[in-house]
Design a binder for this molecule. Structure first.
Ligand code: NAI
Length: 510
């Protein structure tokens, strides 16, 4: 399906943060863009914001001056909607209120040609609800940009039950023409990104509420151990706890209070206290000149072992061995028991990748008191930090020797409490689980889910389904089952798709 021609005029309604950004993107791609807002002063402010950003891009050498001027000239402020009646595509970015948006679409339907596309930038409202009652619901589609629209590549093209396929396909092709990374999604609560990302925040808030890790340590493990651009707490502080809590609540309610999406009571209290994050000077962290910089727990330098033994196959952690060897540590290999996951013997400790059980429980089950567990790194060959924990029965000396061995290989080591699934693995397993359910429920293809998570949230290379494939679906299922056993909660319910792929030994990301 072809993209809309450059001769198609675009109307953007709402000239706030998103509307002005979207207008800039469309104008830069060569369309004439009508910019309208219910408040006249907002139109001028929107145009000024576009001009300021274009000038910034020129100053950085990312845009030449003539192109910036031509882009700005293509943005036409309109004082009344009737001034944009020849637009072929309208994108609304007004207040997030269903009734107000429906009223606007009814007005636009009467004003624009019968072939015009009515797109909404809503983050949360149903495309079906927005199209209901219109004469041409097939022309209504979601075109969900991310903030700031000129910088963020992802655009979710969201189809309702009545959206014509050619409308969605044409906007998909158009978004590509505009230099964006589009994905198709079905109109379901949170679409792709705002749904699949929920566990990134939820798992962190839960661990914090149960006093099992310091925020700075948890953030550092996900950032430096897995390559996430920001840890969950610094990210929520940036987004604002009020907004993050409201999105979680809306997804929870839209899924008829499925406990899988239950909001955090602890976060509710933060919101009630006005600790909304950066914008109020305090959220999880404190901000301002006098605020102390958060410091993650770092194990002081310890003596490591110069020789270790690997028993069996340590699965996703295997790249660790080459790194230990490169650091001059001798790695002896022994075959393990068929069907059982391998481990490393480092000094007095048996050392294994967490599998969703606590170290203390696992030490009893495996009759091995000196058990140390390590956390997931998405890339063990390059990550700079790793989380460790020990069973209650394990001596401190045994743990220190393990920490020292990892330090020899260049890891910073954070020792945390005996949290089930530690930090990174439980988070990644839950993201993969949510992504699998989104695919199962037809929200989007596996490819589009991973693309959306990478480009809409800057997740590390791959995406949740590719990570699950790297870990093995069977392992992820075991981790989730162990978490469910540990907490006894629906939150950790395994996606039937993940289970099926595990049984069949198939990949999730096709
Ligand atoms: P904003 O508050 O910055 O701008 C909204 C603009 O719409 C205001 O200038 C307001 O005067 C105007 N407006 C309100 N009702 C109107 C009406 N009936 N007719 C004409 N103009 C009207 O809001 P923002 O952040 O730009 O969000 C706009 C939409 O984009 C919302 O639906 C929001 O959920 C969605 N969105 C927001 C994102 C964000 O990070 N801010 C990200 C993705 C989507």
């Amino acid at each position: 399906m072809a993209a809309l021609g450059k001769d198609v005029k675009v109307l953007v309604v709402g000239a706030g943060a998103m509307g002005s950004g979207i207008a800039q993107v469309a104008a830069r791609a060569g369309h004439t863009v009508y910019l309208y807002d219910g408040r006249t002063e907002a139109i001028a402010a929107g145009c000024a914001a576009i001009e300021k950003d274009l000038k910034f891009l020129v100053s950085k050498g990312k845009l030449d001056e003539a192109e910036a001027e031509a882009t700005l000239a293509r943005v036409v402020p309109v004082a009344i909607l009737a001034g944009a009646e020849d637009a072929g595509l309208a994108i609304e970015a007004i207040v997030e209120n269903l009734d107000v948006k429906r009223k606007l679409f009814a007005e636009l339907e009467g004003l624009l040609g019968t072939e015009a596309i009515l797109a909404t930038n809503t983050s949360a409202l149903s495309i079906n609800a927005m199209a209901a009652g219109l004469a041409r619901p097939g022309r209504v589609v979601g075109m969900h940009f991310f903030n700031p629209a000129p910088r963020m590549a992802l655009v979710e093209i969201v189809s309702g039950l009545n959206t014509e396929r050619e409308v969605a396909d044409s906007l998909y092709a158009t978004a590509r023409e505009w230099g964006k990374m589009p994905v198709h999604a079905a109109s379901t609560p949170g679409f792709i990104v705002n749904r699949v990302a929920r566990p990134y925040y939820a798992e962190a808030l839960r661990v914090l509420a149960e006093h099992e890790a310091e925020p700075a340590t948890l953030d550092a493990i996900l950032r430096e151990g897995c390559g996430f651009a920001m840890g969950p707490f610094e990210l929520i502080d940036l987004i604002g706890h009020d907004i993050n809590f409201a999105v979680t609540k809306s997804v929870f309610e839209a899924y008829f209070c499925d406990r899988r999406y239950a909001p955090s009571q602890f976060q509710q209290e933060l919101v009630a206290a006005g600790r909304l994050g950066r914008k109020t000077g305090r959220g999880i962290y404190e901000y301002g000149e006098l605020a102390a910089k958060p410091v993650p727990q770092d194990e002081p330098p310890q003596d490591g072992e110069s020789r270790i033994t690997v028993v069996g196959d340590i699965g996703a952690a295997a790249p660790l061995l080459a790194r230990l060897e490169a650091a001059g540590i001798e790695v002896r290999r022994e075959s393990g028991m068929h069907g059982r996951r391998g481990w490393m013997q480092i000094g007095a400790a048996r050392v294994a990748l967490t599998d969703g059980r606590t170290a203390t429980f696992r030490a009893v089950e495996e009759h091995c008191p000196n058990l140390v567990l390590f956390d997931l790194c998405l890339d063990y060959s390059t990550s700079s930090r790793i989380g460790l924990t020990r069973a209650d029965q394990c001596g401190l000396g045994a743990l220190r020797a393990v920490a020292g061995t990892f330090q020899k290989a260049g890891f910073k080591v954070s020792v945390i409490d005996d949290v089930a699934g530690l930090i990174a693995l439980r988070t990644v397993a839950m993201l993969a689980n949510e992504a699998a359910d989104a695919v199962l429920q037809g929200v989007a293809s596996a490819r589009d889910v991973d693309t959306a998570m990478r480009y809409g949230t800057n997740y590390p290379k791959g995406g949740p389904l590719a990570w699950a494939d790297m870990l093995g679906a069977g392992f992820v299922v075991d981790v989730l089952a162990n978490l469910k056993e540990h907490y006894g909660e629906e939150r950790y319910r395994v996606s039937p798709l993940l289970r099926r792929k595990a049984y069949n030994g198939e990949a999730l990301y096709d």
